[in-house]
Design a protein around this ligand. Structure first.
Ligand SMILES: [Zn+2]
Ligand SMILES: [Zn+2]
Length: 373
């Protein structure tokens, strides 16, 4: 076995030449060379592990299993070692794969995919191994897993159906408030449900095309998109929609808190008074009188901050979000008080404008409602 070294120290295949000596044009081939070298080293390691397993070396050295031995030898996590042993043993029955791995033509993650494919249908794999290995050598990282999945569906239809059913059974979503004052989402979806969610989030996660000021990261834009989808759902539930009814967030706070600059507590964490002002720019208001213990003694009539007639006039005047370049239609917009009512602003046309949720938030962040002198 020879190792190609273009220049430098031929005795050290990894650091053949100091990185500073590489020209820009040599960077790409150098990464490719090291990648092949790594695959070859991993292939050799798998070969040694399989031989040690066959000869009982782990047991002779006092280990209960080959995996336990490999964990002790390499210091790598148990799951990684378990997978490596599984691959090493399977490769003994996969001659074409072993050869391509040893030449550095196929990387370890691809070998793992091939091992899983063989486990699904060993006899069909033996027949198709040459074809699958040639695909592993030539297809892109995006296409190769799809090709293997396609092969698996053909080679083992029952197994593929069972896999799909298992994936669907495994769907889950956890939403919980954390101690750190955030809300954490975590879940797994089957492919079909997942693509529905990804498409919906993707449709609302574009950067603000006409605002050069969109500094949100892609992850932040996805988070905003998910929240917007949920808000729109709540807005379009059975209740009367006209006038932007928002039945989904209950905020109980005193007029002093709303006019102030502190924090307001929600069940899921705290928000700033400015955010509370944004939420209450356009909301239903229910006056509650409390006794000296803080218990409610009287609950007044619920009224809209922006009455329906005024809302309709506003929709007719503004047509939609008034932020320059924004085209979100009026039905998804909030009525924003330029001077918030809690700080003495009047609920009248001259003090109101329609803003979509995104620009409503932006407005409150960029130009927080001034305190009345
Ligand atoms: Zn507002
Ligand atoms: Zn807008």
């Amino acid at each position: 076995m020879t190792i190609e070294v273009e220049h430098g120290d031929a005795s050290d295949p990894v650091e053949s030449v100091p990185v500073e000596w590489l020209t820009d044009a040599e960077m790409t081939p150098e990464v490719q060379r090291l990648d092949r070298l790594m695959s070859r080293a991993q292939a050799r390691k798998a070969n040694v592990v399989a031989a040690a397993h066959r000869r009982g070396v782990p047991q002779a050295e006092g280990f209960g299993s080959t995996t336990a031995w490999l964990i002790a030898v390499t210091g790598e996590p148990p799951a990684v070692c378990r997978s490596r042993v599984r691959v090493a043993l399977a490769l003994q029955h996969m001659p074409q794969t072993t050869q391509a791995f040893a030449c550095g033509d196929v990387s370890e993650p691809r070998v793992r995919l091939l091992v899983e494919a063989r486990e699904a249908a060993p006899a069909v794999f033996a027949r198709d191994e040459r074809l699958l290995v040639s695909q592993a050598c030539s297809l892109s990282a995006r296409v190769f897993p799809k090709a293997v999945a396609h092969w698996r569906r053909l080679a083992d239809p029952d197994g593929a159906r069972a896999d799909a059913a298992k994936a669907f059974q495994g769907r889950r979503l956890c939403v919980s408030a954390t101690w750190g004052g955030m809300v954490r989402l975590d879940g797994d979806l089957d492919p079909e449900s997942g693509s529905v969610v990804m498409t919906a989030i993707g449709s609302l996660a574009e950067p603000w095309a006409l605002d050069r000021g969109d500094s949100r990261s892609p992850a932040q834009r996805r988070a905003d998109a998910l929240v917007e989808i949920c808000r729109r759902h709540l807005d379009s539930s059975d209740r009367p929609r006209q006038g932007g009814e928002r039945p989904h967030l209950l905020l109980t706070l005193s007029p002093a808190e709303l006019a102030g600059d502190g924090l307001v507590d929600l069940d899921t964490g705290s928000i700033t008074a400015e955010t509370a002002r944004r939420l209450t720019c356009d909301c239903n208001l229910t006056p509650i009188a409390l006794d000296s213990q803080g218990d409610p003694v009287a609950v007044g009539r619920r009224t809209r901050v922006v009455p329906p007639a005024l809302r309709r006039a506003l929709e007719a005047r503004d047509g939609g979000c008034t932020h320059p370049g924004c085209d979100v239609p009026a039905r998804w917009c909030d009525a924003h008080h330029i001077q918030h009512w809690a700080r003495g602003g009047k609920t009248e046309m001259a003090n109101l404008k329609l803003l979509c949720r995104r620009h409503h938030g932006w407005e409150h962040d960029q130009a927080p409602c001034p305190k009345r002198e």
